[in-house]
Design a protein around this ligand. Structure first.
Ligand code: PAF
Length: 276
C-alpha cells in the first residue's frame, strides 16, 4: 500500500481514501462516488477494526463478505482495495492510541467508552499508510466524522475530510451493515428512528423551539415499538456538539439518536436549519 501510494504521489495523483469495515451497501458506494469526484486514485480500506468494539459488542459476528465487497468496490471504481490483517495493524505489543479527551466521551462515547479511541487510532494509522489528500466519511456516523475532522486539525494531518449525506432505504431507515441483524418484525420497528427525526423536523417547521419538548415527542414515538430501547436522543450544535435547549433563528441543529431494536443498536441523525 505504501509503495502504491508513493508511486501515485510521484505522478502527482490525488489520493482519496474511503475507510470502511466492509459488508458494503449503497451508503458506502455513495462515498466512493464522491471520492471519485475529488481525486485520481480511490483507495478503499476494508478492515473490521477490533479496537473500536467493546468485549460485549458484535466484533466476532460483524457481517463480513470479502468476495462481494471486492467485486462491488471494483465495479464502483475503487482503484486499490486495502484489506490488512488484524495482526499487521496491531502487532502484539501495540501500545499507542489516539483518543479525544472531551468530544469522544459524550453521546456515542458515553455508551461506548473505548469506541472513538479505536476509531481514531485506526483512522490515523490508515492515513499514515495510505497518505491521502482527501478522506470520505458518511454523515450517519456524525460524531465519528466530527472527531476525525478534529483529529486532522489537532494532530496536523494534511487531509481534507469530506462528509457525505446519509443514504436511506425506501422507508427511511439509514443504511447500515448492521441492518442485516434485524428480524422482519424488528426491521419494521426500526423505521421509528428515521420517523422520529422527521417528526422533529416537522415540529421545528411548525415553530416548536424547545429541545426538551421535541425530544419528548420523539421518545414517545420510538417507545411505542415493542423492542425499542433508547440510549439517547439529543439536539446539539453541529459545530460543537453542545446541547441546545432553545432553538434559535437562522442556526443549524443536529438531532442525533441511538436506539436498540432488540439486540441491534442503530444510530441516525438529521441536520436541520432553523429558519426563523
Ligand atoms: O465507519 C466505519 O466503518 C469505521 O468506524 C471506520 C471509520 C472504517 C474505522 O474503522
Amino acid at each position: 500500500m505504501r509503495s502504491a501510494s508513493a508511486a501515485a504521489s510521484r505522478e502527482n495523483k490525488r489520493i482519496g481514501i474511503v475507510p470502511t469495515m466492509g459488508y458494503l451497501h449503497e451508503g458506502h458506494l455513495s462515498l466512493i462516488e464522491i471520492a471519485k469526484l475529488h481525486c485520481d486514485i480511490v483507495v478503499m480500506t476494508l478492515f473490521v477494526n477490533p479496537t473500536q468494539f467493546s468485549p460485549s459488542e458484535d466484533f466476532s459476528v460483524y457481517p463480513r463478505s470479502f468476495a462481494d465487497d471486492s467485486a462491488l468496490a471494483a465495479h464502483a471504481g475503487v482503484n486499490i482495495l486495502f484489506a490488512p490483517e488484524a495482526k499487521e495493524m496491531y502487532p502484539a505489543d501495540f501500545d499507542i492510541y489516539v483518543c479525544s479527551e472531551k468530544f469522544g466521551t459524550i453521546l456515542e462515547g458515553s455508551f461506548r467508552p473505548a469506541h472513538f479511541k479505536g476509531v481514531l487510532t485506526i483512522v490515523a494509522k490508515l492515513f499514515h499508510i495510505v497518505n491521502p489528500q482527501i478522506a470520505v466519511f458518511g454523515q450517519k456516523d456524525y460524531q465519528q466524522a466530527f472527531l476525525i475532522k478534529k483529529m486532522t486539525r489537532d494532530l496536523d494531518f494534511d487531509v481534507e475530510i469530506v462528509v457525505v449525506p446519509i443514504v436511506r432505504e425506501h422507508d427511511g431507515l439509514a443504511m447500515s451493515s448492521r441492518n442485516v441483524y434485524l428480524s422482519p418484525t424488528e426491521r419494521t420497528q426500526a423505521r421509528a428512528l428515521s420517523h422520529s427525526l422527521k417528526i422533529a423536523e416537522k415540529l421545528i417547521a411548525e415553530g416548536e423551539r424547545s429541545a426538551t419538548k421535541i425530544i419528548a415527542t420523539m421518545k414517545e414515538h420510538i417507545i411505542r415499538e415493542q423492542d425499542a430501547r433508547i440510549d439517547y436522543i439529543a439536539i446539539t450544535e453541529p459545530e460543537t456538539l453542545a446541547p441546545i435547549e432553545q432553538l434559535l433563528p437562522d442556526t443549524m441543529a443536529l438531532v442525533v439518536l441511538a436506539v436498540h431494536i432488540g439486540t441491534t443498536r442503530l444510530i441516525d441523525n438529521i441536520l436541520i436549519h432553523i429558519k426563523h
